[in-house]
Structures are given as structure tokens and as C-alpha cells.
Design a protein around this ligand. Structure first.
Ligand SMILES: NC(=O)c1ccc[n+]([C@@H]2O[C@H](COP(=O)([O-])OP(=O)(O)OC[C@H]3O[C@@H](n4cnc5c(N)ncnc54)[C@H](O)[C@@H]3O)[C@@H](O)[C@H]2O)c1
Length: 350
């Protein structure tokens, strides 16, 4: 069955949805938009959409069966609830809400209306993430004990509404929500504690750098770090396990897995002289005890997200980005804010 999409908030991300749907689907078409800003409404019109002057007119039109909410974060809850009540299936941009209380309201409304409600956590289909997930699940570094995920920018800038607390700005809500979602999607265990430190480095009121460390019940330590002013950049992913380590350098997904050769686990360690003095423990392994493996090859596409939305509406699939899964992410985010405020780690049961 074919589907039609109407968009509330025709900004940067909405244009991305529009273009990517055009490029990837024949059975999903973007047909309408509403935006509070006249210039954006004009743009939507010039790109062939039916455009409405008010949200009420948009929601009364029934020109489409799916609504995408792509406004700044503080408007998500209100528009999602209104669209569900008007009888639409709803996809909301991330972060779904600013807190769990808002999400409760949205979820309750979805239950009452019986409509599909999902969140655009598209980064579950990112190639770098899928490579790490594959390596994790296939034990390519043995049993993982630490996972680091980070995004480092250099601009030292946060744009538009993202600069303001009231709009749900800051990096925890912006990039953090994706990186936390990926970690929770990959590691099948409970988060038992969270420590987070948020910084306002170049912004006025929202976090533009944060470091989050969470501990899982299965013993894994995960770290998520996002900054906008990291002039020296560290790898996107770094995973260590009982048999090796994996690194992915950046957006281009270059990287490697380093393994020990099983039959060469034992060698005679020697003391090496370094500028920091002699060490045996930290001496490099002989090169012939190591082997380098390529990263696993994975095929992935962001369009899988909308394919799953349509298949779920048509009764042909189970929803992938479920509300319980995004609630866990929001609970970790709430724990981050709590930990930062208290200046200590918080115990969790997430
Ligand atoms: N999934 C992703 O990878 C990803 C990437 C970027 C942004 N996003 C999310 O998409 C959403 C939009 O971000 P963006 O970068 O497109 O921002 P943007 O500023 O480019 O676009 C927001 C649009 O919403 C409109 N708007 C503002 N208030 C409104 C209101 N009350 N009613 C109707 N329209 C309103 C603005 O005029 C603007 O056109 C955010 O929730 C953001 O977190 C997701």
C-alpha cells in the first residue's frame, strides 16, 4: 500500500526527509507541509507541496496518513499529540521529548488513538555503528569490556534554536540522543549507573561538550563524548575486548581490528626505556604476535527506517524504533542531567 507524508516544521531536517524520500521511494510521497515561518512555507510551496497557513488547517486536511514532526524539540510533544488525536500515524524527530513526563503523554495519546508512533532514530542505520554492532555481536574483539563512542567538532558553534535551553538545545539532546541510542541498541544489558559532566564552553547556556560514562549490568563500561570545540579529534569508535581492539577513525568509516595471534599469546616481555622511564607492563607487543583484520563489511541504508514504518502500518512488520526503546534513551538523558547537577554518579535501573 502506498503512503503520503505531511511535515510540520519544514526546516533543514525536513528538507533532508523530503529529498531522501523522493530519492528512495515510489510508494511514499511527501505531499504537504506546515511551518510557522512564511519563508519556509514559500520554500515548501516552491518544492511542490501543498502548504497550510495554520497547524489546524494542516491537521484537518487529511491529504496524508503519516505526519512527520520536525520542529525544534520543545514543540514535539504538543504537535505529536495533536496529530495523533487528528487520526494520523506519527513520526517524530529526535529527541522525542525533553523528559519522560512528556513522553508519557505522547505514548498515552498513541495508545488511546491506536495510531503508530515512532521516533526518527535514523542513526541505528549508520554504517560506522553497524560495523561496531556486527563486530560486537560476532565477538570479533572477544568479549568487549569497554566501548567509546564520540563525535568531535571543531567549529565551537551551536546554531539557531539549539543555543537555547527552552528549545531543548545543547549537545546531550542533539548528538547525545543518537550516540546513547546506539549504545543501548547494541549492548543487551541494564544500565546500572550513569556519570555525566556537562560543560558550557563557547555557548551561553547550553552544553556544547559533555562526557558520559555508563556502567552496564553485564560489566561493560561505555563512554559517550560529544564536543563542538575539539581541535584535536579522537576516533569515532574505540572498543576493547578480551581478544583484541577495534577503532573507527571518523565519518569515512576507516579503521581496523587488531587481534593477538592465539598461538603467540606468550612471549618474553622485556623492559623498554621510554622518555617517562623504564616499563615492562606497557612495553609494546612484538609485531609478530599481532594481526590486523579489516572491519566487517555491512550494507545499511537510512531508508530502512521509513520502509519499517510503512510495513508496520500495513501489518507486515514489527516496529523497530519502539517507544520503550526511546524511553530508555530519555531515562539515560535524565540521569545525565541529574548526575551533572549532583556532581556525582547516579545509580540507575534502565
Ligand atoms: N535525525 C537526525 O539526524 C536529525 C538531524 C538534524 C535535526 N534533527 C531534528 O529535527 C528537528 C528539526 O531540526 P532542524 O535542524 O531541521 O531545525 P531547523 O531550525 O532547520 O528547522 C526547524 C523548522 O521548524 C520551524 N518551526 C519552529 N517553530 C515552529 C512551530 N512552533 N511550529 C511549526 N514550525 C516551527 C522553523 O521555522 C524551521 O523551519 C529537531 O528536533 C532536531 O533535533 C534530527
Amino acid at each position: 500500500m502506498s503512503h503520503k507524508l505531511g511535515i510540520i516544521g519544514y526546516g533543514g531536517m525536513a528538507c533532508w526527509h523530503h529529498d531522501s524520500i523522493k530519492a528512495n521511494f515510489t510508494d511514499l510521497t511527501v505531499v504537504a507541509a506546515y511551518d510557522i515561518d512564511e519563508g519556509r512555507r514559500e520554500l515548501a510551496k516552491s518544492r511542490g507541496l501543498t502548504v497550510f497557513e495554520t497547524a489546524d488547517e494542516f491537521l484537518a486536511s487529511h491529504l496524508f496518513d503519516i505526519v512527520l514532526v520536525a520542529t525544534p524539540n520543545n514543540f514535539h510533544c504538543d504537535y505529536v499529540c495533536r496529530a495523533l488525536k487528528a487520526g494520523y500515524n506519527v513520526v517524530c524527530e529526535k529527541p522525542v521529548a525533553l523528559n519522560c513526563a512528556e513522553l508519557d503523554l505522547m505514548e498515552q495519546t498513541a495508545k488511546e488513538t491506536g495510531k503508530l508512533f515512532s521516533v526518527h532514530q535514523n542513526r541505528r542505520w549508520d554504517q560506522d555503528y553497524r560495523i561496531v554492532k556486527e563486530a560486537y555481536e560476532k565477538g570479533l574483539v572477544g568479549k568487549p569490556f569497554t566501548v567509546e563512542s564520540r563525535v568531535h567538532g571543531q567549529g565551537g558553534m551551536v546554531h539557531g534554536w539549539r543555543e537555547f535551553k527552552v528549545a531543548g538545545g545543547g549537545m546531550v539532546y542533539d548528538w547525545g540522543v543518537h550516540l546513547i541510542d546506539q549504545i543501548l541498541d547494541m549492548i543487551p544489558s541494564k544500565v546500572v549507573s550513569v556519570y555525566a559532566n556537562l560543560h558550557v564552553v563557547r555557548t551561553k547556556e547550553v552544553d556544547d561538550y559533555f562526557k558520559l560514562v555508563f556502567r552496564f549490568e553485564n560489566g561493560i563500561t561505555a563512554q559517550v563524548e560529544v564536543g563542538t570545540f575539539n581541535l584535536v579529534q579522537l576516533p569515532r569508535w574505540y572498543v576493547c575486548g578480551s581478544g583484541g581492539a577495534l577503532v573507527i577513525e571518523g565519518w569515512d568509516c576507516s579503521g581496523k581490528i587488531i587481534h593477538t595471534k592465539d598461538h603467540l599469546m606468550k612471549w618474553e616481555p622485556v623492559v623498554v626505556q621510554t622518555k617517562a622511564g623504564p616499563t615492562r607492563t606497557m612495553a609494546p607487543r612484538p609485531a609478530d604476535t599481532l594481526e590486523e583484520l579489516p572491519l566487517p563489511h555491512v550494507e545499511t541504508s537510512w531508508s530502512s527506517y521509513y520502509r519499517n514504518i510503512m510495513d508496520t502500518i500495513d501489518g507486515k512488520a514489527e516496529l523497530i524504533v519502539t517507544i520503550p526503546s526511546v524511553r530508555r534513551v530519555l531515562r539515560v538523558i535524565e540521569a545525565c542531567f541529574e548526575s551533572d547537577k549532583r556532581g556525582e554518579g547516579v545509580k540507575t535501573d534502565i
